[in-house]
Design a protein around this ligand. Structure first.
Ligand SMILES: Cc1ncc(COP(=O)(O)O)c(C=O)c1O
Length: 407
């Protein structure tokens, strides 16, 4: 990458945002202007290793050549039709995405939250039309400490007070049970239950991995009780954990899988509900939609993403490099970190609180050229692009060791 002379400094640009941009984020003080692969560059030309990857939206790195090419090709032909007409890219995208996930039908949307909202609607409609739940009585069981997005309905079943407080009145029809607790789930499910919505790994909560058997148990319970298993794989899916979907670690096929983030290749917002035919066929014309959902540019990029995943290369890399990550974190345990959880190229790292908050550690790492983000308290999350090399990963772990050692 060649550096450009900055038009304005980072400090000036951060200052310029302050009065005009809603303060709903607290970004690290780095102003990125270019990126390629696993590296980003700020306006002053400083380079950073990206160990966050856009919360897993950049699983294939920044500007993966195959994805950029697919986008360019499509930009030159057709970008938007709306679903008022057919477009020549959508059928292939839906076919290949369904095949990749082992399911039958696709409902294309744009953001992750929209996929979750859509799944809630589909599950409710399925409960009324297929299961025979009395109208207006359908419930969905969710897990405590979930993160499924930011809409009014989704924050209605969040247990994070910061995410909820001040945004009521809330949407009814949700029951919250502890994560990783099959007995509590069994207790909450009844004849009104449309489905159980969980993250196979809770990302925002700090990369919380359920016990072996939990996902298989949810599958067994939902099948037995006649309700849907809805897996939110928006962060955990598409290669991150070393498998195409995190549920594959327990050889489980849910009734509905929610995808987003990396499905758009870090280029355009693309999300989808992928489901069994009996489930998604409850939707009829006019009952749900999105102007941009399934647009040809999104479908072209999404198809190129699926094509990358069809090779299995990224899943393999995540599994293999995940071992390097684990080894490095094991070596730091007791030496600056008090514990960690990881699956594939994804880790929640609990830093010794005596050494600083997650935010402070993230800022120190940033000054040393590594970008990460804190989740809660002293926990930071590591989720590099799956294109990272073993050398880059060891370099980042070395920087973490230095930053913790210096504290
Ligand atoms: C598991 C999960 N579901 C849903 C979402 C919401 O996605 P979006 O921010 O694209 O609406 C996120 C975002 O972090 C997520 O991690």
């Amino acid at each position: 990458m060649t550096s450009v002379v900055p038009a304005r400094t980072s400090a000036e640009l951060i200052g310029a945002e302050e009065p005009v941009l809603a303060h709903n984020y607290h970004p690290l003080p780095v102003v990125v202007s270019r990126a390629e692969g696993t590296w980003v560059e700020d306006v002053e030309g400083r380079r950073y290793l990206d160990m966050l990857a856009g919360y897993s939206a950049l699983n294939f790195g920044h500007r993966h050549p195959a994805l950029v090419e697919a986008a360019h090709r499509q930009l030159d032909r057709l970008t938007l039709t709306s679903r008022a007409f057919h477009n020549d890219r959508l059928a292939e995208f839906a076919q290949r995405l369904a095949a990749l996930t082992g399911l039958d039908m696709v409902l294309p949307m744009n953001t992750g939250a929209e996929a979750v909202e859509s799944a809630v609607k589909v599950a409710r409609k399925w409960a009324y039309d297929v299961k025979g739940v009395p109208d207006g009585r359908a419930t969905i069981v969710v897990a405590a400490d979930n993160f499924h997005g930011r809409t009014t309905t989704i924050v209605s079943f969040s247990t994070d007070e910061t995410a909820r407080s001040g945004f009521g009145p809330f949407t009814p029809g949700f029951r919250v049970v502890p994560y990783n607790d099959l007995a509590a789930l069994e207790e909450a499910v009844d004849e009104t239950t449309a489905g159980v919505l969980i993250e196979p790994v809770q990302g925002e909560a700090g990369v919380i991995i359920p016990d072996d058997g939990y996902l298989a148990g949810v599958r067994e319970l939902t099948r037995r009780e006649g309700c849907l298993f809805i897996a939110d794989e928006i962060q955990s899916g598409l290669g991150r954990t070393g498998r195409t979907l995190a549920v594959e670690h327990e050889a489980v096929v849910p009734d509905m899988v929610l995808l987003g983030k990396a499905l758009g290749g870090g280029i355009v917002p693309v999300s989808a509900v992928v489901a069994r035919r009996e489930v998604l066929q409850v939707l009829h014309p006019g009952e749900h939609g999105s102007t941009f959902g399934g647009n040809p540019l999104a479908a072209a990029v999404g198809t190129a993403v699926v094509e990358l995943l069809e090779t299995g290369e990224f899943q393999r890399r995540a599994a293999e490099l995940g071992e390097v990550l684990r080894e490095g974190l094991r070596a730091l345990t007791g030496r600056g970190i008090v514990g960690f959880r990881s699956r594939g190229l994804w880790a929640g790292v609990d830093v010794d609180p005596a050494l600083g908050t997650g935010r402070e550690v993230s800022e120190r790492l940033m000054r040393e050229g590594v970008l990460v983000k804190d989740t809660h308290g002293s926990t930071i999350r590591l989720a590099p692009p799956l294109t990272i090399t073993a050398g880059e990963l060891r370099g980042a772990l070395g920087t973490l060791e230095k930053v913790l050692g210096d504290a």
